[in-house]
Design a protein around this ligand. Structure first.
Ligand code: FAD
Length: 448
């Protein structure tokens, strides 16, 4: 097992996150593994990636799949994110993606991202679960005049990639999005919107289970052996033998194996605050009209959405340690960011606060495939803050690959292929690197 890089409380699988989502969705009970099992495919991680892989294997290919989740199903990022069904899953601009990869590969990547955005609605319809979808598209909100000029360029590049969008001036955005001193216009991406992320997780889990996949919660894989062509995943009360393994542990990976994938992902902490329902007068004062999710153009991005029941959800990056004794300070930092964006908000009563890990890589776009040192292991790495559209789609692609089906051009895009460069092995150095990146980003934000 590898050393965790943050405060132990961030890895406490006994405790489900105290999120707003968890407060209003009943948790299904998937028991823990007891005894030994043998299956074709074992999956480590019960989030969107693992559950979607299991669902597609069982439903579309008739392949036995078994999911091991160390906490409750949805314990990781999938159950606690902000529910933005957005794209692209990258810290790169669309222009940079087109510069870095050949035109056809970049286009295939963006087409994949769009497919992923649509896939979750399709799955909810097919499997009969409610995503509580809301909002009409996604807004990227310029935090300065310079950022608005860059959004104009980004919009053109996204259009080149087949992603419908329109650029709004500050006054146009004030009438459909929000006003205030921190907006200089916005890019409206016309597809996607808000969802309830835990409903997506539980919907995928229920569907996977109904189609015959085995799901085990509170069953951490603690040891991984390989013998005579079989993987053996050892949990506290049982062992799973499988021909192939899917590593779907995202920013919560704790296994050394496969060695080729070590130190490729840097988990970064993101914090979310949800207020108590605001009064009609407060919403009027804030002037936030839309239920569409929004994020600003800062490198140290703030993301926010007005929820169906009149609350405000607001998220941003965190410190680089995650000690719960700093929760008060972190909440106050988020409240300060809200006041900066919406000075007329008055006193806000925050009811929920939680943290989670976003998977970041030096490549800046997601990677998936078979591990170079063991092709019977499939993985995905680095969905950044955009796993809602990406992870379930990658699960479907992995299921197709495991079933021996030919992959589509989008699934095969070269953008997904090359492994991200390795990070320093030391957790201390990883945290230092992140701190330096944050300082650099803060400076860039101030200059723009
Ligand atoms: C605060 C926050 C806000 C976000 N907001 C958004 C958003 O609005 N929109 C968006 O698209 N994306 C967002 N993201 C990112 C998105 O949530 C993730 O990309 C996505 O959920 C990843 O899904 P996953 O299944 O790959 O991983 P996860 O959901 O993280 O699941 C990985 C699971 O693996 C399990 N695991 C790890 N090791 C083991 C082991 N040894 N044995 C058994 N189980 C193990 C973990 O317990 C964990 O539950 C956000 C993330 C965070 C943290």
């Amino acid at each position: 097992m590898t050393a965790a890089i943050y405060h132990p409380s961030l890895y406490d699988r006994q405790r489900f996150h105290p999120s707003y989502w968890a407060s209003n969705v009943a948790a299904p009970d998937y028991g823990s593994l007891s005894g030994d099992r043998q299956v074709e495919v074992a999956i480590i991680g019960g989030g969107y990636t693992g559950l979607s892989t299991a669902l597609h294997l069982a439903r579309d290919h008739g392949i036995q799949a078994l999911v091991l989740e160390a906490g409750a199903i949805g314990w990781g990022a999938s159950g606690r994110n902000a529910g933005f069904n957005t794209l692209p899953a990258s810290k790169l601009s669309a222009k940079a993606v087109f510069q870095r990869w050949p035109e056809a590969e970049a286009r295939a990547f963006f087409a994949a991202q769009r497919e992923g955005q649509a896939l979750i609605y399709q799955l909810a319809a097919e499997e009969n679960f409610d995503l509580q979808a809301c909002g009409n598209g996604i807004f990227q909100v310029a935090h300065s005049p310079g950022a608005h000029a860059e959004l104009a360029e980004e919009g053109q590049q996204l259009a080149r990639a087949g992603i419908p969008n329109r650029l709004l001036s500050a006054s146009e955005f004030a009438s459909v999005g929000h006003g205030g001193p921190d907006q200089f216009g916005a890019l409206h991406m016309l597809e996607g919107g808000g969802i309830n992320p835990l409903q997506l997780t539980y919907g995928l889990a229920a569907a996977a289970s109904r189609h015959g996949a085995q799901l085990y919660a509170h069953s951490p894989m603690q040891q991984w052996r390989k013998q005579a062509g079989w993987h053996e995943l050892i949990t506290p009360n049982g062992t799973v033998r499988a021909r192939q393994v899917v590593l779907a542990s995202n920013g919560y990976r704790d296994s050394e194996e496969p060695l080729a994938l070590r130190n490729r992902v840097l988990p970064a902490i993101s914090n979310i605050l949800v207020t108590r329902p605001l009064s009609a007068a407060q919403w009027q004062a804030i002037g936030l009209h839309s239920l569409a999710p929004m994020s600003d153009t800062r490198m140290l991005v703030s993301y926010y959405r007005r929820l169906n029941d009149g609350r405000l959800l607001f998220g941003a990056r965190s410190d680089t340690w995650g000690d719960p004794r700093q929760d008060g300070k972190m909440r106050a930092a988020l409240e300060q960011l809200i006041r900066q964006k919406f000075p007329a908000c008055g006193v806000l009563d925050s009811e929920f606060f939680w943290r989670g890990l976003v998977a970041v890589t030096r490549k800046m776009v997601p990677t998936w495939g078979r591990a170079p040192d063991d092709t019977s292991v499939l993985f995905n790495l680095g969905c950044f803050g955009s796993g809602v559209n990406t992870a379930a789609w990658l699960g479907r692609a992995m299921a197709r690959s495991l079933a021996g089906q030919a992959l589509s051009a989008n699934e095969n895009s070269a953008v997904f292929r090359q492994l991200p460069a390795r990070l320093p092995a030391s957790p201390w150095l990883q945290r230092k690197g992140l701190q330096l990146a944050y300082l650099h980003y803060a400076l860039q934000d101030r200059l723009q």
